[in-house]
Structures are given as structure tokens and as C-alpha cells.
Design a protein around this ligand. Sequence first.
Ligand code: B3K
Ligand code: ZN
Length: 881
Amino acid sequence: PRTIRLAEYSPPAWLVDEVALDIVLHPDRTRVTARLSMRRNPAAAGGADDIVLDGRGLPLLALKVDGRALSPGEITKTDETLTVPGGLVAGRDRVSVETETEIAPAANTALEGLYLSKTCYCTQCEAHGFRKITFYPDRPDVLAVFRTRITGDPAKTPVMLSNGNKVGEGTLPDGRAWVEWHDPFPKPAYLFALVAGDLALVEDSFTTMSGREVALQIYVEHGNEDRTAYAMDALKRSMRWDEEAYGREYDLDLFMIVAVSDFNMGAMENKGLNIFNAKYILAKPDTATDLDYALIEGIIAHEYFHNWTGNRVTCRDWFQLCLKEGLTVFRDQQFSADMRSAPVKRIEDVRALRARQFPEDAGPLAHPVRPEAYIEINNFYTATVYEKGSELCRMLHLLLGAEGFRKGTDLYFDRHDGEAATVEDFIAAMAEANGRDLSQFARWYSQAGTPVVSAAGTYDADARTYTLDVRQTTRPTPGQPAKSPMHMPMRMGLVGEDGTPLPLRLQGEEQGDTPTDRVLELTGESHRFVFEGVDRRPIPSLFRGFSAPVRLETGLGEAEDLKLLAADPDPFNRWEAGQRHGRRRLLALMGEALVQKPFSGDPDFCEGLGAVLADEALDPAFKALALQMPTAHAIVQEVTDADPDAIFAARQALQAEIASHLKAPLLAAYERLSGAGDYSPDAADAGRRSLRNVALHYLSLLDDPDCRDLAADQFRAADNMTDTMAALATLTNMETPAREEALAAFYDRFKDDELVLDKWFSVQATSWRPDALQQVQTLTGHPAFTMRVPNRVYALIGGFASGNPVRFHGSDGAGYRFLADRVLMLDKTNPMVAARLLPALSAWKRYEPGRRALMKAELERIAATEPLSKDVYEIAQRLLA
Ligand code: B3K
Ligand code: ZN
């Protein structure tokens, strides 16, 4: 397979001004005619003036250039491209190219291009799906106005949608129906969409800031209309928020969303016609959890925000993916923070970053936020491009201030509206709008790896000074042995033992109104900051709000961490101190197990957590986060020769200790929070449920008559999916007849509800009972299981491989073998999903020699299989390199 490189970018020789598509639907023989009005690109280097169209596996049924039919001998066609030699169009600056091809949506199991989700036609074109529909320069720097005519059987596809506005419809003499859509905004082909099926419509409207009325439409399967209200509400809030926060107004008169059952990812921001995985649209209290609601809100916002960051200003090439994704994730995170609790949202986002992006950046798949080479671009829709990309925007926001950041985005939109831009363009707009030099900051986009910042402080009581030394280093990553220092903001404070904020006056600064929280900029390998007028020994609270995506070595001891847990005025660092101590405890317990010492206790830590639990001033959602100990995955990143059984045992021991120490207050909280009343998915109610369910989790670890029935009782009494799932997850881990009863009752109630059934599969896949793999294997034979539906694969296979840190890693390697078998099976039908399962093995080098060898053997088995898709081939190669 061929490697594509950023350094090899060259502008297209030909552009497309307009494209007229004529699509006649049929499950096995869909006819696609495309008429492209092409123009020589004045910006192209000249020379190679062949017209090159992408087209993957497409038969060429007819080809006309300026109305003249060309014979096969006049052109070059491969399985990937169609080339009209420059000689045939010499001297012409504009040409019309018309092609005709035929595709089979029903046979498209890769769910890329045009495919059928159940009986509904739909498309996924990003990144390279359009070339599976018709011959076209399928690259994001070719922007065209699309006119799309769809013809179909009105009985089967009464609804036929594409981008933009509907400009015509009618019926043919033979009874077939046609509609025509026109999208006035020039766009790359990856934003094209088509949907056709028998769908129910839910409508609403939105008045934009300039007073234009926009029709909002959500299309779902019949029967799901009552699950769209939250998504619609989230859409309206997103539209308002983008006007207020970024001055961005919606541009078409119609905004459509379609929910489909079969979708490889979360959703897609096609212009005016977003297509969503139904999981991120449909919700009602008895089918969706609080997490589902939060994800719906965030993803609706994300796709909507792409209308400006991605669609109006798009990417020059796929290496610039973070330009739209990092910025859009940042925007959706800001939105959710505004809609909910900002500190809680920040903690959740950092948890996700650490769970997914840090391991990526520390392992064989590490790559810069803007990668420099790929074999299959779909493999680069990663946590690094998305989540770390968002962190880079967040750092700019902190360095430039909210107003400065807004000036920068205003300039960026002004300058590049209607264009395909680069990361350099974005940085230049930010820098120029603020008169700042961001050249060192730009290194974040090209240098991979998570910087490690270590801090050390000394207090001089006589001089009343505190000297803080910080030093940054970044370990080598694949292809980047030597690293340079990064420009990063460190938001920080100094606090007294009781959390009192101390003034932050740096040596040489004037006395006066001294802040207690400030942003210091790190640019060099090391910095020394001397604070004056510090009248007591401070505890440093560094990188508040996680102000840069680094690993921080604080140099603090346990006493200091416990004080920060009790009193840091920055909620993020308060949580962080508890996590740090939790990690310290887990490592200590693992050490004790190694030398066969009985587990020691840490009553001070338990008391500290108890104080958080008791604090009336704290948000329950925050308490729930503070009470949860670092995950097994996080510990794998902290040790060498990781032993999953030892990590599991240590976590169970630590949690049991916390549970027994705090039994009374946890029980009291559990009772107090059992809020009756109408369910609301809002952040406050969700926070109370979350804390209550954390209490349930802890209490169920106790072999105690007061707690034994809590989960089963909750399962029976629950009136919402959040509480049902929390109880079911707890029961699924337990050895009790109530377990089977609950699983059976749940199945019985929800067997016809595919989204809820996914939860039933994944809760069993993530159980820590020793027979989990066996259960998963049995479930692959369940009549409701299918490898054809990505959601189901992610629920069962993905749930087990990525969400079961103890049983996936069984010491006999059976879990690894199971995953490899499934990846190979899936590679034949849906390579993108197959490749997305594989990173479950990416930390293989971090495990003890036995597991390491077993994981490696499975990776080698995959890599040696032929044929293999580019998707899986590339990931397997990189994992083994
Ligand atoms: N842009 C899409 C992702 C497309 C993934 C292609 N494999 C969704 C999003 O980020 O909004
Ligand atoms: Zn996106």
C-alpha cells in the first residue's frame, strides 16, 4: 500500500465549479451520472494538466468530454482513478466532463459511499467515500456547487434528501418520483450526502440573529418520533450559542438531521444534512442514560458547529484534519461547559484525554496533531487529532484570552470563508489578530508525544520567597527521536495548608493588586520563578484546569496532596490531587502484593474522600468524580511489566477499603439522593444520580447484609435508564441469582429496541467475572448479535477489548485471540470498524512478558494475513514497528 505525505501536496490541476448529479436508486444497480463543469486551476504549477478523477471500483459506463463520447482507448482507467489525458483538452480552460457508472448500495458492507442502512439509502463520504459513488476529484481543496437529482420508487423512498434546498420534484410517467436539490455553498465532495427511505419527520424552527427563519427537520425511523425532543432542543441551543459565542449564523433556510442504525462512527456534518448514528439522536428517559443525553447534546453541537469550522472554512488536505476537528471539539466542549457545570465538564474531558490520547501519544501509534504521512486516512480520526487538537485551541484561548481568541477566529472566518485552509492559516490569523508571535506554539501541531513537566519548589521563610523550578522534556516517539521545548501556558496558584490563596508576585514586579491565580508561559526547557512576599510555606497548585496537555510531576508528597484534595480553590486540581493520591495508593498496594504483605490501609485518604462526600457546598457530580479511583488503563500507563490481575486486585482492595471506611456516609448519601419526582436529564439531576450510583458501586463491593440487595432493589425500582444500567452493571459483576434474573428481565423488556440491546451486550462484555470471555463468546452466537451493525460490534467486541481491563487480558491469551479472530473476520466486510478495534492491543509493550508475547503473536498473525485491508494493515504495521 502507498504512503501519502503532507510534503507531497500539490494543488489540483483542474477545479470543479459545478456538478450535476443524477442518481437513480436501486439496491443493486444504482445509476450515477455526474456532469462536472471543470476549470483549469490558475494556482496549479502547470505541466501535468491531465484531468484525474478518483473512482474506486467503479465501472465506467459512459464518458463524454465537452459532449464528445470518448472511447476506452483514449483514457486511462485503474481501479482507483480515471485519467483524461491533457492532450485531449489542450488549449481549453473550461471543460465539461460527464461520466456514468453503476453501484450496488445493498452490497456495500463497508458503510462508506452509498449504502443501505436497513431499507434506508444513506451516504458517508468523509474522507474518501465519494469516489465510491462517482468519478470525481475527491479531495477537499476542490469546492463545487452541487445540484443533485434523485429518482426512486415512491413506495420505498418517499423521502429523498440531499444537501441544500429542494428546488424541484415530480413524478415520471412510469410512476417513479424524482426530487432535485441545490446547494449554493461550494463544498468539497466529502460533505455531499444523500438519504432516501421511508422516514418519519419531526419539525421545528429557529430564528437566527438576523431574523431569518430556518426550518429544522429530524428524520427518524417510524416509531421513534418520541425520542427526538432532546436532540432538537440541543440543536436550537447550539445554533443560539454559536451566534453568541462566535458570531456565527446558520446560512441555509433548512437544516436536516437523519438518524440511521448502521453507521461506522458517531455522526457526519454534511452540509445542511447531518447524518447521525441513531445512538446520538434518540433518547427518552427509559431508554437513554444521562451519559447518552450528554453525548447527544455534545455531538449535535459538534456537527452543527462544523457548519463554520469545517464546511464554510474547510481543509486543504486531510493532513489538516485537526483544523476542523480540534477546533470543533474545542467549541463543543465550551458549549457543553456553558450548558452544564464547567469544572465537571473539564474533569470529564481530561479523563477522556488521558484514557485515550495519552496512551496513543505514549505508544506505537503516536503521531503529531497534524500527521505527516498516512496509508489510510480513516486511521487518523484519532484522539490525538480530535482531543489533543482541542487542547491546542484551548491553550491558545488561555494565552490570548477569550477576547483575543475571538478576534482570531473572526479574522480566520473573514479571511478564509469559502476556502480550504491549513493549520498555518489558522495560526497566522490568531497571531495577526493579537499581535503575537506563535511560531513556537505551532510546534504543538508537528511534534508528537506528551511533554513531561517536573516541578520542584523551595520556600525561604526568612526571605519570604518561594522558588519554583519547572523543567519540560518529551520522550521520543516513532519517527521523532529528538524533541524541542513547547510553548505552554501554566495556570497556577500557591495556597496555604488550608487552601488560602496566596499572592503571586514575581521577583521584580511591583507591589499592589497581586493576583492569586495567574498564567505563566513556559517556552524553554527550564524556568525558575521566584515569588516574593510569601508569608507562609505554600503548596503549589500547577496547571490549574489542566492548562496544558502534559504529564505533571508535582514533587508533592501525600500530605500535600491530601491538603489540596481538601481545599484547593481550583476544582480541577482538587480532583487531580485525589487522583494522584489514589494512584499512589494503587501502586503501593501492588507493591505489597508483590512481596505478599497484607494490604495496608490509609484512613487519612478515606477521611479526605469522606470530607468531599460530606461537603454541602460541592456539586454532587464533582463528588462522584472525586470518589472514583484511577482506572486500570491509567495504571498500565504508570508501570512497566503491567500485570492486569495485580492491578485489578489492588483496585478492588482500595475500593473495598474506601467502601468499608465510608459505609455509613455512603449509605446515607444513597438514601438521601434517591430523588423521587420527574426525571430530567439536566446536569444537576444527572449529577445526583451519578453520585448515588457511585455510592451503589462502592457499597456493593462490601459483603454486608445492609448493602447486598441494593442493586437488585434499584434494578426493580428504577424509572430511568441511568439507574437501571447502574444497577444492572453492578449485578452483572456479582455472584447472585439476581444477576440472571435482571439480565433476563432486561432482555425481555428491550429485545426489540436495538439501542438498548447494545447496552445489554456491553454490560456483559465489561463484567469482571472470571467467565466474561466465555459469556462474550456465547453472546456472539445470540440471535440478536450481528457483525454487520457497527454499534453491536462496538458494544460486544469493543466493550470486551477496550472496556474489560481484567478479563480481556486473561493470562492464557484467549481474549487476545478472540479479538484478533474478530478483527480478521470484520476486515472482510467493514475494514474501518475492524481497524478501530485493533488499538485495544496498542499498549502491548507495557505488559509483563507473558501477555506481551501473546499480544504480539496475535498482532503478527493479523499482519501476516492476506489479503488485508489498508486500514488494518497500517495499524498492525505501526503497532509492531
Ligand atoms: N467528520 C466526521 C468524521 C468522519 C470520519 C471518517 N472516517 C465526524 C465528526 O468529526 O464530526
Ligand atoms: Zn468533527
